[in-house]
Design a protein. Sequence first.
Length: 87
Amino acid sequence: MTIIAGLLVVALIAQQFLHRRHMENVEARHTLERAKLLDRIQFPEVRQVGPSEPVEYETPKDEAELAQVGQIVPDFVQVGENGAVDA
């Protein structure tokens, strides 16, 4: 039982160490990205960013249904749960 508890403690310490290293890496990348953005904001005439290639997205499969969002429902169409009582 003591060996299992010791292995568990070692595993938890290793997990904590790996998590800390990962978070430091994420924080370093975040700091670098923030510094780049601040540099572009403070000196826009020096740090020009060129346009990127346009991204082509697939059209949604339910595009016909999405086009009707916000439309008024006719009286003969039943909407909502079955058995709902009108107030």
